[in-house]
Each structure stands twice: as structure tokens, then as C-alpha cells.
Design a protein around this ligand. Structure first.
Ligand code: DAT
Ligand code: MG
Length: 153
């Protein structure tokens, strides 16, 4: 797979949806130059969230994290492009908004780690796992068959 086809899983959390930040998040990734290859709005099930955050299951904040993530609909997305996993994390900002730089999504739009607006995969491996957890292959598009050349290819 070409490095131009790297993919990451991004999810706008329930607080981001409630605060009207869907368009702002999409705008930032789109204008950066990444390609949207999958998107859906859903109310995440307990099972899905337990799988998604399995590595945090022993943390004290795990129950409140699951309750928060299931408190309303989320927007699940897959974005594609060179370095999208790492750059996506930079665009999100640090996990704790107290440490997130201004100009990042978390730095600009939140103040509490328990309501930090957005999720992004932290490695290529976890991105692949999260994408397969949240999406069926048929829900993702490919730009390969397009009759035009993408700007950066
Ligand atoms: P990230 O979302 O930046 O990958 P993570 O994977 O360590 O961070 O944690 C997942 C989410 O869990 C995070 O976005 C918010 C919540 N969380 C992390 N640490 C927390 C803490 N100390 N208290 C409350 N919630 C926390
Ligand atoms: Mg994480």
C-alpha cells in the first residue's frame, strides 16, 4: 500500500456533535488536504465502545468514559493521506485540553479531558484495528477508480 493511502480513524465525540463542531472538524481535515473515505453518524453500542477502549478498561475513568461516549450520537470517519495518523494527532492536540496547544481542535474547543471533543488513532496499527471495528469494508470508498488525479498524487 502506498504511503499516500495511509488511513486513520477519527470520531467526533457526543460533546463535539452537541456543540456543532462536525463541520469545523471536517473542514480542518479537508482543507489540510486529507481525503474523506468513510463517514457515518451512529449511537455507539456498549460493546463497540468496550472494544474500542479495551486498552483503558482498567483505568478508574473507564466507566465515565464509556458513559460519555454513549451519551449521544458520534460521527465516525476515516481519513486518508500521507502521514494522516501522526498529522491527525497533531491537529487534535494533546489528550488533556489543559495541555493542547491553541490552534489544535482540543486546544481551541474544550477545557476538560473528560469532554475532549474528538478521537484520533494513535498509530497506523491501531488505526487499522479501529477502522475495521467501526466500518465494514463496503462502507469505505477508494479514489483509485476516479477519472481524475487527486491534487497530491
Ligand atoms: P487519546 O484520546 O488522546 O488517544 P487516550 O487514548 O489516552 O487519549 O484516552 C482515551 C480517552 O479517555 C481520552 O480522549 C479522554 C479519556 N481520558 C484519558 N485520560 C483520562 C483521565 N485521566 N481522566 C478522564 N478521562 C481520561
Ligand atoms: Mg487513544
Amino acid at each position: 500500500m502506498s504511503d499516500l493511502e495511509e488511513r486513520t480513524f477519527i470520531a467526533i465525540k457526543p460533546d463535539g456533535v452537541q456543540r456543532g463542531l462536525i463541520g469545523e472538524v471536517i473542514k480542518r481535515f479537508e482543507q489540510k488536504g486529507f481525503k474523506l473515505v468513510g463517514m457515518k453518524m451512529l449511537q455507539a453500542s456498549q460493546e463497540l465502545l468496550h472494544n474500542h477502549y479495551a486498552d483503558l478498561s482498567t483505568k478508574g475513568f473507564f466507566p465515565s468514559l464509556i458513559a460519555y461516549m454513549s451519551s449521544g450520537p458520534v460521527v465516525a470517519m476515516v481519513w486518508e493521506g500521507k502521514g494522516v495518523v501522526k498529522t491527525g494527532r497533531v491537529m487534535l492536540g494533546a489528550t488533556n485540553p489543559a495541555d493542547s496547544a491553541p490552534g489544535t481542535i482540543r486546544g481551541d474547543y474544550c477545557i476538560h479531558v473528560g469532554k475532549n471533543v474528538i478521537h484520533g488513532s494513535d498509530s497506523v496499527e491501531s488505526a487499522e484495528q479501529e477502522i475495521s471495528l467501526w466500518f465494514q469494508p463496503s462502507e469505505l470508498v477508494s479514489y483509485k477508480s476516479c477519472a481524475f488525479n487527486w491534487l497530491y498524487e
